[in-house]
Design a protein around this ligand. Structure first.
Ligand code: CU
Length: 168
C-alpha cells in the first residue's frame, strides 16, 4: 500500500515536471526570436524638389532604436521647398495636423512643428532646404500602423506614408 501510493505520487510529479519543461522550451524560443532583431535600425529617406518622399512605407520592430536620416536631395531653398519628417502618434488626424502645421506663424523658424502638439508627435526632424540632411534617433513605439508626413505647407497630401511597427 505504501509502495502504491508512493508510485502514484511519483507519477504525478513526473507529469508536472514535463509540463514545466514544455513551457520553458516555449519561452526560450520566444527569447531567441527577440534576440534576432537588431537593436538599431538605420533608415534613410529622401525628399526632393518634386514634393515627394522616396518611400511610402517604413517597417521597424517594436522597441528598436530607429536612426532616421532625412536627406533633401533637391536644390530649392527651405522657404520655397522645405522638408521635414514627422511621425504622428496613433489616431492623430493627418489632415488636421497638416493644416495646423501649415498655418502656424513663424513656421520656417519653428520647423513647421506646432509647439502645442508635442503629445501627438512621436518623433520629428528639423526643416531642411535643398542639399541638407539631418539624423534623428528615437525608440520605435508599440506595434501598429502610424502615419509619417512632411508638415511644410501644402506638402502632407503628397509627402506622407505608413510607419509600420511589427512585434519581434
Ligand atoms: Cu516637404
Amino acid at each position: 500500500m505504501l509502495l502504491a501510493s508512493c508510485g502514484g505520487g511519483g507519477g504525478e510529479s513526473k507529469k508536472d515536471s514535463s509540463k514545466d519543461e514544455g513551457m520553458k522550451i516555449e519561452q526560450k524560443t520566444q527569447e531567441k526570436a527577440e534576440k534576432d532583431v537588431p537593436e538599431t535600425v538605420e533608415i534613410t529617406i529622401e525628399g526632393d524638389d518634386q514634393m515627394k518622399f522616396n518611400m511610402k512605407k517604413i517597417e521597424v520592430y517594436e522597441g528598436q532604436t530607429v536612426k532616421l536620416t532625412l536627406k533633401h536631395v533637391g536644390k530649392m531653398t527651405k522657404k520655397a521647398m522645405g522638408h521635414n519628417w514627422v511621425l504622428l502618434a496613433k489616431g492623430v488626424d493627418k489632415a488636421a495636423f497638416g493644416a495646423e502645421a501649415a498655418g502656424m506663424e513663424n513656421g520656417i523658424e519653428n520647423d513647421h512643428i506646432p509647439a502645442d502638439r508635442s503629445e501627438d508627435i512621436i518623433a520629428h526632424t528639423k526643416l531642411l532646404g535643398g542639399g541638407e540632411e539631418t539624423t534623428i534617433e528615437f525608440e520605435a513605439p508599440e506595434a501598429g500602423g502610424y502615419d509619417f508626413m512632411c508638415s511644410f505647407p501644402g506638402h502632407y497630401a503628397s509627402m506622407n506614408g505608413k510607419f509600420i511597427v511589427k512585434k519581434p
